[in-house]
Design a protein around this ligand. Sequence first.
Ligand SMILES: Cc1cc2nc3c(=O)[nH]c(=O)nc-3n(C[C@H](O)[C@H](O)[C@H](O)COP(=O)(O)OP(=O)(O)OC[C@H]3O[C@@H](n4cnc5c(N)ncnc54)[C@H](O)[C@@H]3O)c2cc1C
Length: 410
Amino acid sequence: MQNGMVIIGAGECGARAAFALRENGYDGPVTLIGTEQHLPYERPPLSKDAMVSDSHPSPRTIAGDEQFSEKRIDFIARSTVAAINRPARHVVLEDGRQIGYDRLLLATGAIPRALPLAANSKHCVTLRSFEDAMAIRARFQPDARIVVIGGGFIGLELAASARRRGAKVTVIEAQARIMMRGVPEEIAHIIDSRHRAEGVSILCNTGIVSIVDNAENVAITVSSGNVIAADLAIIGIGATPVTALAEASGLETGNGIVVNEWLQTSDPDVFAAGDCCAFPLAIYGGRRVRLEAWRNAQEQGTLAARNMLGALEPHQSVPWFWSDQYELGLQVAGLADEGTQTVRRDLGDGAFILFHLDENGRLVAASGIGTGNAVAKDIRLAEMLIARSARPDPNQLAESAVKLKSLLAA
Ligand SMILES: Cc1cc2nc3c(=O)[nH]c(=O)nc-3n(C[C@H](O)[C@H](O)[C@H](O)COP(=O)(O)OP(=O)(O)OC[C@H]3O[C@@H](n4cnc5c(N)ncnc54)[C@H](O)[C@@H]3O)c2cc1C
């Protein structure tokens, strides 16, 4: 090996992978290439704290300049990889520079899904980068009319942030309820009620018919025939994995860059991890999924680094994500749609956890909601039970006096 390790994409996953290569004893060249102008930074605050903080925010960086130099990580910012030449084992940057690799990691992430009807509107925006966040933040003014198209996490977090800044908010959702993907109805209902109590108007079963710009605002005609005027419309209808580079270089892609349990693509020297990859989840019998979750990006970045160095350890983690809206904290461990039976455990002060069991009584997921971190400890324990393929007694799961720790010991 002489060229070293190259990582494309300097987000959560790529940055963690670069440092993990060093933590695992790799001494050769490490190059991290990213399109954005900043040091790698955290995205979760962009829809939350960065929208509501009193002082003007800066990106919350994952590591500082000095850490990159101390670990001898060559971080190339503001550079996009235009092509991968696999036979010659090098990547080509947009400026024509070529960088050779022994092993390559694609950590290209995801981008917001586009709404074609909004393509020509200058008042319709999406959120992924720090710059996107700052442009949105500037428009969250008292009494500004904000429309959020899509009732998923990012849209709803933005709705909560906009309300905290005094804006008037309407959420338009095509499905019968908000957070249809990955969150059980009982929990979505709590979040829906909380938004309505704040004065957010939520329109479900509502499609978009047309979007017409005026000089200062935009008119959105919805399927009921109503026209909603907005100073700003935020499109939050999901994300698309960034796979073009992988596809162009002949790697297998589907809903994401296809990898095996070691996060290896169809080329054994090229790995993919984080939001951009579709991987088999061992704990669900190898079901192929693509996650858009912060901890997954971290864990997969770290695992990809070890496997690039030859460890070939399988990915075995339980999926986990959180969302914060107003004072409410939501957490989901596992895949709730694997469950056929739900058991509720009340934790007091309105907090509760839903345990999802499959037809064999195996715990496959747990979803919880409460104030702040009220559900965090129990979700963590549930995650350990899920990882062990435990079949806990549903009566004990429902009984809050029975400590989850004792079920783990059993
Ligand atoms: C607003 C927001 C809020 C979120 N909140 C939460 C939350 O509360 N909880 C949670 O679990 N998750 C949350 N997430 C999801 C989490 O942030 C992502 O799962 C995580 O950032 C994915 O990391 P990644 O490195 O895979 O991709 P990304 O963070 O998207 O990074 C990929 C990077 O690759 C770069 N890139 C792409 N192509 C190229 C190329 N050809 N050359 C060079 N660079 C390239 C991109 O510019 C980007 O910087 C949130 C995401 C967003 C956007």
